[in-house]
Design a protein around this ligand. Sequence first.
Ligand code: ADP
Ligand code: ZN
Ligand code: ZN
Length: 729
Amino acid sequence: MNSKETSIVKVAIDVPIDDFFDYQCEESVSLGQAVLVPFGSRKVMGIVVEVDSSTGLEAHQIKKIIRVDNDILFNEELFKLFKFVSSYYHYPIGQTIHIAVPSNLKKIEKVFNKKSYIYEATDLLNKSAIDQISARKKNLIEIAKVIFKEKQTDEALKTISVNWKKYVKELVDLNFVIEREYQKTNIIQKTTALKLNQEQSEIYEKILGAQGFEAFLIHGITGSGKTEVYMHLIEQYVKNNGQVLILVPEINLTPQLEDRFTSRFSSYLVISLHSQLTQKKRLENWKLAKNGTAQIIIGTRLSVFTPFKNLRAIIMDEEQDLSFKQHDKLRYHARDVAMMRAKLLNIPFIAGSATPSIEIWHRSVNENKLLLHKLSKRAVKDATLPKINLIKDETNIENEGISEYLKSAIKHHLDLRQQILIFINRRGYAPVLFCSSCGWYASCSRCSSKLVVHRSKQHLRCHHCDYQRGIDSSCKVCGNVDLMSLGSGTQKIEERIRKLFPKAQVRRVDRDTIKTKAAIDALYDDMHDKKIDILVGTQMLSKGHDFPNLSLVVVLDSDNALYSSDFRASERLFSQLVQVAGRAGRGSIPGEVVIQTNFPEHPLYQSIKNQDYVSFASEEINLRKDLNFPPFCFQAVLRAESKNKKMVEDFINEAYSIASQSGMKDVDVFHPVQPIIDRVKGFERYQIYFHSSSRQLLNQFLRYVKENILKEKDLNKVKWFIDVDPVDF
Ligand code: ADP
Ligand code: ZN
Ligand code: ZN
C-alpha cells in the first residue's frame, strides 16, 4: 500500500452491536491485528477483521485509527470460526471475538528468562545422509549421529563440542534437524509409553489413518486406557512441530493430567490454559500456543478459541461434562465449536468418555457423524469394574444418614487398611433449617431458594447468590427455639463419620475446602501416602482421579435426580455415579460401591448397577424420541430477568407475541414459564422455549425474534438473551 494513501478497514469492537465499524488507516494492517480506535468519547482496543474494504459512509464520517499494534491476534481460520459462533449462538460478532482475546494483551512481558532447546531429526536425516557428510567434519557427524539416534537437548550437545551451535545450525539449514523450544522441568520424573493392548491399538491405528477432518468417539469404561490412547496419538501429532489441543472439564482435572502429560512428553512444551491461571500466565501460555512453541495444550472450554500455528488434532476428554457449556455472555458449547474448528482446519476431532452425552451418542450411533470405538476392559492387568450394590435407605434422625449396613461396610474396608470415598453431592452441613411446629424454613431474601446451614462457619448461606447470615436461634414465625437442620451435606456426614470412626483419618473435599491447585495436589499426595482413610466429598472427587488403594465408594442422597423436571437429570445421574464408582478398584484390589437409596428398584438405579451405558443410552434415546426432546429436536430458549416483576412479565408476553407471529410453522413456541429458581439476587426470571426439527430454520427464527425485540426500545430495559442448545433448566 502506498504510504500516503488511506484505506478503509473494518474493526471488531467489544460492544453489543452485531456489526463491525469502519475506520481510516494510513498504515498497512493485517487481518487479526490489534488497533487503538476512537469510539464515541472513548479510545478502545479493536481488532481488524477486514482490510481494504469499502464503506457506505461519507469520508468525513469515518474516524482514523489512532495506533496499530504489532500483535496479530488471529488469522483467517479463527475469523471464520468467530463468524460461525456469533451467528450460531446469536451473540454480537465484536463481543464474540473479544471474548477469545486475553484481556491484558497490552502488558507484554518476557515469557522465559532463559530458553531451552531440543533438537530432533527430520525424516531426511538417515544413515546415508550422514555418510555423505565430509569425513573431515568429525564433530558435525558426531552431532548428526546422536540426534539421529535420539532427540537431544542443548545441554547434551554442549558436551560434544564447544562449537555445537554452529554444527546444529548447519544441520537445521540442511533440513536434517529441527530446533524446538521446551520447558525444562526437574520436578517430574519421566514416564514411558505403555504397549497398547489389542483394543487400544485398533483405535489408535484407525484414528491415525484419518484423512483430514474426521470425528471419533471413544467410548471406554473408566480405567480402560483412553488417556493412554490419546498420548500415543499425541506422540505422532507433535512430530514435525505439530500441536494438539486437549480439552478437559473445569479445573479439577487439569493439574493431574498436566503432570501426566509433562512426564510423558518431557521434551515438548506442555502448557495449560484455564481460568485458575493468573492473567499474566494465561497470556504467556496463549502466546506460546500461538507461536507454535507449546505443542501440547491442555485447556478448558475457552481454549477452543486459542490461535495455533500448526494444530493437528483436537481431543476432548469427558465429553459429557457440563462445564464445556458456557453459562453467560457467549453461551457456546466447546464440543460443537471444537468440531467446527476441526472441520475448518481439516484435522481429526476425538472425543472420549465412559458415559458420552446422549446427544453425541445419538450423533455417533444413529447418524454416523462420529466414528464409534469401544474400550471394554480395564487396562491394568486384573483390574475389574467394581460391583455396585443398591441398598435401601433405612436411615433416620438417630443414625443421621449412615445406616448399619454402611457402618459395617466402612469398618470392613478400614480393617483391610484400604481407603473409602463417601460421595454426597451437596456441600454445607444441612440443606435446610426447619421449624417442625409451623413448617417455616430459612430462605434467601433475594432468591427463591432455601438457605444452607454451614456448621464450620456457623452461618446460613445461599448457594445461588452467596448471601450469608447467622443461624437463626428461633423460628421467625412462631418463635419455636427447637429448629432442626434437615438433610445432610458434606459437613454433617464428615462430623458423623468422625464420631463413628474416631481413629480414622477423615478428610472433607468440596468447594469450601479445596480452592487452589496446591490444595488439590496436597490431597493427592496425602491419598497416595495413605494419610487419609476416608474422603467425604462432592462431585469434585468424581472424575479423573486415580487412587489405587481406594476400594469402597459410598453414594448418599442421590435420589433428587429421580424427581427432577430436567429431562437430562437421569443422564447426569448415570454419568456421575458411573464416574464416581469408577474411582474404586483402579489398582489390583477389587472395588465395591454402595448406593444408598429409597428406590433400589428404580430402572435408572438398575441400569447404573449393571453399568451398562449402551442399553441405558438406547432406552433414554427412545424416551426422548417419544417426547420429541433433543436430540430429536433442536432447542433454544429466550431468557429474561429484571428486578421489576411487571417489566419482565410485560417483556416476556411481548416477546411471546413476536415469536408466535413469526409465521414459521416449523418452530414450536412454548408458553412463557418461570424457571425452577424463579428469583436470583432479586431478579425475577422468565423464559420461553423454542423447538424445531431443523437447525437452520431455528436459527432463522431466532434471528427474526432477536431483530424484532431489538427494534422495540422499551422492551430492552430488561436483561434478555438467547441460549442455543441450553443444558440447564
Ligand atoms: P482412562 O483414561 O480410560 O480412565 P487411563 O488411560 O488413565 O484410562 O488408564 C487407566 C490405567 O491403566 C492407568 O493406570 C494406565 O497407566 C493403565 N494403562 C493404560 N493402558 C495400558 C496398557 N496398554 N497396558 C497397561 N496398563 C495400561
Ligand atoms: Zn415455627
Ligand atoms: Zn440467594
